[in-house]
Design a protein around this ligand. Structure first.
Ligand code: HEM
Length: 375
């Protein structure tokens, strides 16, 4: 079967300029990725720190898990932004993929609800001098597993979207009389595992950067021993992130990208983007190792946080470029006719700006509510 025949090439049109859709898809995904990384890798890290660590490691675990209900709320809401824009311009690829794996895709809701309740149950009503009850421990581990399961479902959906060649196989092996059962996954696609693991590697780095930012901005009441522990431990986690992401990224790029895609991403001006994406992960680690040890204040922590955010931005841009190239083999998304629908567009912009401003205001309130810095 010619995979090109599977893509509907009729010109349906898009309701906003393609550059606008691209910009907000990438921005929205980056804003989703930052908190998402903290529950993807952060919860399992927190559970391990509590299980295996000493007193400061347990403090760190407790801090992370107490913040988690808010982090999940922010990340889930920010996830809606890229989802909106995928459905707007990439629907010819997004819907077939998520129909082929419909039960798993719909199951995200069923997995997310107990995962979210789990972090609430873990965090709420846990007094500082109390030990963690077995019920709370079980809830924490269960949430960690459920969030990891959801991440795997997302990696399947996003990789299946562009794996048009793989659609017939997924469809035929999960169909009755030609009707898709929706029980497929993209397991036959070699890009799936390294792509998923790459995101986990990035997530470890975001968790490390957040530990530093949290210590500087929100943990003024913690002891000096705690701050010293963060200064020692965050670079170790960031180093693990760099090694993990380098291994998964190399597997993804050199082991699974088709030759043509690799040539494009390593040729012309795109080589700069590819190399910068590969190298970026080292920046937060370098900052932690140099500035973080000598001047562990708020300014340094902010730079470390911004550097990690930059890592996520450049990864989001690269992912978008690769997605467009993969889809470009089948359909020219940018050439779709555009008929701008101003009222929803303006409405989106207003709500988006107000939403981001409210989040910034809430963060400012939390900083204010923490005790005034003693260092
Ligand atoms: C339920 C609310 C959520 C929404 C609306 C949402 C939305 C999205 C969207 C739209 C993307 C793709 C962005 C793009 O390619 O431009 C994405 C990617 C991703 N999301 Fe979420 N998300 C949600 C929850 C979660 C949860 C709970 C996890 C668990 C860790 C998660 C993990 C991921 C991962 C790992 C990716 C990258 C997948 C890949 O491309 O390989 N998301 N999310």
């Amino acid at each position: 079967m010619d995979p090109h025949s599977l893509v509907d090439t009729a010109a349906a049109g898009i309701p906003a300029p393609f550059w606008f859709i691209q910009f907000f898809k990438v921005l929205g995904f980056t804003l989703h990725m930052a908190p998402m990384n903290l529950w993807f890798a952060g919860i399992i890290v927190a559970m391990l720190l509590h299980w295996l660590g000493g007193e400061p490691a347990r403090r760190c675990s407790r801090r992370l898990m107490r913040q988690m209900p808010f982090i999940v709320a922010l990340g889930v809401n920010f996830g809606i932004v890229p989802l909106l824009f995928i459905q707007l311009a990439y629907f010819k690829f997004f819907y077939p993929a998520t129909i082929l794996m419909a039960w798993f895709w719909m199951a995200i809701v069923g997995l997310l609800i107990p995962a979210y309740y789990g972090v609430y149950y873990y965090a709420w009503g846990w007094k500082d001098d109390e030990a963690l009850t077995p019920g709370k421990q079980a809830a924490g581990w269960l949430s960690a597993v459920l969030f990891i399961a959801i991440s795997f479902t997302y990696a399947n959906a996003m990789s299946l979207m562009t794996n048009v060649e793989g659609w017939p196989e997924v469809w035929q092996s999960h169909a009755v009389a030609g009707a898709a059962l929706g029980t497929g996954l993209n397991l036959g696609d070699p890009t799936l595992w390294p792509r998923w693991l790459l995101m986990f590697g990035l997530a470890l780095g975001t968790t490390a950067a957040w530990m530093v930012v949290d210590a500087a901005w929100f943990a003024a009441r913690e002891s000096e021993a705690y701050h010293a522990w963060v200064r020692r431990s965050a670079p170790k986690l960031a180093a693990l992130s760099v090694i993990w992401a380098a291994a998964a990224g190399s597997w993804y790029v050199f082991g699974t990208w088709p030759g043509e895609l690799r040539e494009t991403m390593f040729g012309g001006p795109l080589i700069l983007l590819t190399l910068a994406t590969g190298a970026a992960g080292g920046a937060p680690l370098m900052l932690m190792l140099t500035l973080g040890q000598t001047s562990p204040g708020r300014t340094t922590a902010t730079w470390i946080g911004l550097a990690q955010f930059g890592v996520l931005v450049i990864n989001a841009i690269s992912r978008q470029t690769v997605q467009n190239l993969e889809i470009g083999e089948f359909f020219d998304l940018a050439a779709q006719p555009t008929s701008v629908q101003w009222s929803p567009l303006v409405m989106f912009l207003v709500v988006f700006v107000v939403g981001v401003a409210v989040v910034a205001w809430m963060l400012a309130q939390v900083v204010k509510a923490s005790a005034s810095p003693t260092r």
